[in-house]
Design a protein around this ligand. Structure first.
Ligand code: AMP
Ligand code: ZN
Length: 437
């Protein structure tokens, strides 16, 4: 019999009927908070929902209109704020934006509830206060860093808030502090593995035993590869900043896909074309409702992530349903080494530059284990035949312009006018050549 660790056994193994009652009560609370915001006062009002009591059963969830990324953008900066600003203790935003950011406010109890979900996730994946936790996710407005940081502290782990990048330092730190648990994107962990040994630090010098991997799509094969190469257990971690960040769904020690914490979220899967709610087991777009966030309540958010919910339970005894790994996206968002990038962000920036002509292409492939983003742009004919130093300067200018918008530095290639593919219908700007495993 597998030894199953729990953070809050009562809630994690609660009867489904009890969970549903709790969901209904919290959905009503959330509707009450949402009605304090400009966005939902309008949206809920149009659906005939004017007070929490208008929600009589969980079936009434279906009366609530979906919320989209555009709703959030158009609500910037405070259209989704449900409390007085004096109550807000933290602000986060999404790592990928097409201009206007989406901003999420947290009151003190929102941070507290989120932290608890992460503590639950961490313990559920078998980590303990005896572990040394190296958090390699980016800190800052991105939720991956601080989210897990708080959760790990609550569990009582020794937290190393190293953040992303600087591979040599990461490896040295793993050795110096005998790190046992990592939080990292799968692509970066593969990269770290490829660098082991370069400075004389080998796997046997490290004490690694687990990794929480997330923030980007990856396959079961990638997980297995990481486990085999590094002799660790790797657990999938899913979340998005609109719904707090990490801690929406997390794998337990059974490693059979992720439990969605259903006391804090309502998960639905819908047909992305018709909006119809699908049955358990059917693949579609994941829609999430936040149940315990007062400052920025979000109802029926269309994540654009494709997945399915399992109809049956899990060997660990948790009653919260499991979510498959993310199988794709309904939109064109690219995830480059964990960072969200929309092609429209790239277009917006390069088209501002007068030397750039009209055609461009976004190319994504792998260099070693890391994603590589290359932006190919056609430039004005006069320039193309000009001096190399001018071309170099232009390249740098484009890189800088893009970096200020998409956070990462792409490769930039300058092309002769008329040399990139031309499309008669809808242009296919993105060529993604990353292997699908
Ligand atoms: P962000 O709002 O910056 O946290 O990005 C959230 C998006 O990252 C999600 O909507 C997913 O598309 C992606 N993502 C996060 N975690 C995972 C995961 N474990 N597997 C696949 N995609 C993920
Ligand atoms: Zn389980």
């Amino acid at each position: 019999m597998m030894d199953v660790p729990f953070w809050n056994r009562e809630i994690e193994t609660a009867e489904r009927s009890c969970l549903r009652r709790l969901q209904l009560q919290r959905l009503r609370d959330t509707v009450g908070w949402a009605l304090q915001t400009h966005l939902y006062k309008r949206k809920l009002g149009q659906a005939g929902i004017h007070a929490p009591d208008d929600i009589k059963s969980l079936q009434d969830l279906r009366r609530i209109p979906y919320t989209t990324k555009d709703d959030l953008r158009l609500s910037f900066p405070k259209g989704l704020l449900a409390v007085d600003m004096t109550e807000v203790i933290r602000v986060h935003s999404s790592s990928g934006t097409t201009g206007i950011p989406t901003v999420i406010y947290f009151a003190r109890d929102d941070v507290d509830n989120w932290t608890d979900l992460l503590a639950r996730s961490i313990v559920g994946a078998g980590a303990t206060p005896a572990d040394v936790f190296q958090n390699m996710m980016t800190y800052g407005m991105f939720t991956g860093g601080l989210g897990l940081h708080y959760g790990a502290e609550r569990v009582g782990m020794t937290v190393i808030p190293i953040g992303g990048g600087n591979t040599k330092r990461q490896i040295q730190t793993m050795k110096d502090f005998q790190t046992t648990v990592l939080h990292v994107t799968p692509s970066y962990l593969l990269h770290i593995h490829s660098k082991l040994g370069e400075d004389g630090i080998h796997r046997e010098d490290l004490a690694l035993r687990k990794a929480f991997i997330g923030a980007e799509p990856h396959s079961e094969n990638t997980r297995r590869k990481l486990q085999d190469l590094l002799h660790i257990d790797a657990y999938n971690s899913y979340g998005l900043s609109e719904l707090n960040g990490p801690g929406v769904a997390f794998e337990c020690v059974c490693k059979k896909d992720m439990h969605v914490w259903e006391d804090a979220y309502i998960a639905e899967v819908i047909n992305p074309d018709t909006g119809a709610v699908l049955k358990e087991g059917e693949e579609g777009e994941l829609v999430l409702t936040n149940l315990v966030r007062r400052a920025t309540p979000i109802l029926r958010y269309r994540t654009r992530d494709l997945a399915f919910l399992y109809p049956q339970g899990c060997d660990c005894g948790r009653t919260h349903r499991r979510l498959s790994r993310i199988l794709g996206r309904t939109d064109d968002m690219l995830i480059i080494n964990g960072v969200n990038v929309f092609p429209s962000q790239i277009e917006e920036r390069i088209m501002k530059i007068p030397e750039v002509a009209t055609n461009y292409q976004i190319h994504v492939d792998k260099k070693g284990v890391l994603d590589r983003l290359t932006v190919r742009v056609e430039i004005c004919p006069k320039l193309f035949l000009g001096e190399a130093t001018v071309l170099e300067a232009l390249k740098r200018k484009i890189v800088e312009e893009l970096r200020s918008s998409i956070v990462i530095s792409p490769q930039v290639e300058l092309h002769e006018p008329g040399s990139l593919p031309v499309f008669e219908g809808k242009a296919k700007r993105v060529v993604d050549e990353r292997p699908k495993d």
